[in-house]
Design a protein around this ligand. Structure first.
Ligand code: ATP
Length: 297
């Protein structure tokens, strides 16, 4: 029995990890042939994105019914704006991204994109219009070209290269003996954290979605790489509605709006300057983080 259980267990663990990493659920289900928890309604329509306004309206959710994580959360991402979600560890920031991608359904309230409740649209159309740059980009044991084009099978080599250039990884790839045909993954080339993130950025640029979820990397990148990548992420966000799941505050100061999450609810909202001037929860998180950074320096 143990022999049978172990691989199943492994698959279970892998499945959960990948779901946590916010990759394309459709692909996951194809790979593992697991039924989706969330299914399309009969007659579900395709999501039509015009401006890309996102509304969380009194959203309630918990992974376990006994333990609510979001307790009536409301906020709005106006079309084309960048909204950062901050809050202490475990506050539910990544959960917001997972709900927007509809990995789970809300248990109360609603999430709407341009007026359409996520439960009324097809998952395929939803996933096609939302790009996710996860904390840790999942790479497949295939060529680096395949990994960038992943999700856009019809992309031409010129399109793949243009995306790689914009993500500042083209020169690195072009310098490899096999270029875009280089194998990556377990048996191939191992990419650094920053290189993997750039593959993730290139992949998302190629998909060209009107809505973006940036699940900010917590992995340690050196400061120079981090600020370069931040610049590339900012450039990618222009003209799109962006939700930044911010695990650190240093990168959110220039967001159009910052939503402060506490105990499953919004406690403060505003620009970095306005929130600092207010001297509330955000100001407290900010001064504590600055102190931690000073101590670490
Ligand atoms: P951090 O900044 O530490 O990453 P976060 O604000 O992003 O935290 P979430 O990942 O949204 O937090 O998690 C919110 C709560 O939900 C946590 O208490 C976490 O333990 C719990 N949680 C997250 N994923 C699951 C899951 N798949 N099943 C059960 N509980 C979960």
């Amino acid at each position: 029995l143990i022999q049978i259980m172990t691989p199943l267990n492994f698959l279970g663990v892998m499945y959960r990890e990948i779901r946590q990493a916010l990759v394309d659920m459709d692909e996951m289900f194809n790979l593992l042939e697991q039924p989706a928890e969330v299914t399309d309604k009969p007659g579900a329509r395709s999501l039509e994105v015009s401006g890309g306004e996102i509304i969380f309206d009194q959203v309630k959710f918990g992974y376990d019914p006994e333990r609510p994580i979001l307790k009536g959360l409301s906020f709005r991402v106006p079309p084309g704006q960048r909204v950062a979600i901050v809050g202490s560890t475990g506050a539910g920031k990544s959960t917001i991204g997972r709900l927007l991608f509809r990995f789970y359904d809300v248990t109360g309230g609603a999430i709407r994109i341009d007026g359409q409740d996520l439960r009324d649209v097809t998952q395929e159309s939803l996933h096609a219009r939302i790009g996710v740059v996860p904390q840790d980009t999942v790479l497949f044991n295939d060529t680096i070209g395949y990994n960038i084009a992943y999700g856009r099978n019809d992309a031409t080599q010129a399109e793949v290269e243009a995306a790689a250039r914009a993500a500042h990884i083209h020169d690195f790839i072009a310098g490899l003996p096999l270029g875009y045909d280089t194998q990556v993954g377990e048996r191939g080339l191992k990419l650094s954290g920053g290189e993997k993130q750039r593959v993730g950025i290139a992949r998302t640029l190629l998909k060209d979605p009107p809505i973006l979820i940036l699940d900010e990397a917590t992995s340690a990148l050196d400061t120079a790489t981090e600020s370069d990548i931040q610049g590339e992420l900012n450039a990618m966000g222009r003209g799109r509605s962006v939700i930044v799941i911010a695990h650190r505050l240093s990168t959110v100061a220039d967001a159009d709006r910052i939503v402060v999450l506490e105990d499953g609810r919004l406690v403060e909202e505003g620009t970095h300057e306005a929130l600092l001037a207010r001297g509330g929860r955000y100001a407290e998180l900010w001064s504590r983080q600055s102190l931690d950074e000073d101590l670490a320096a």
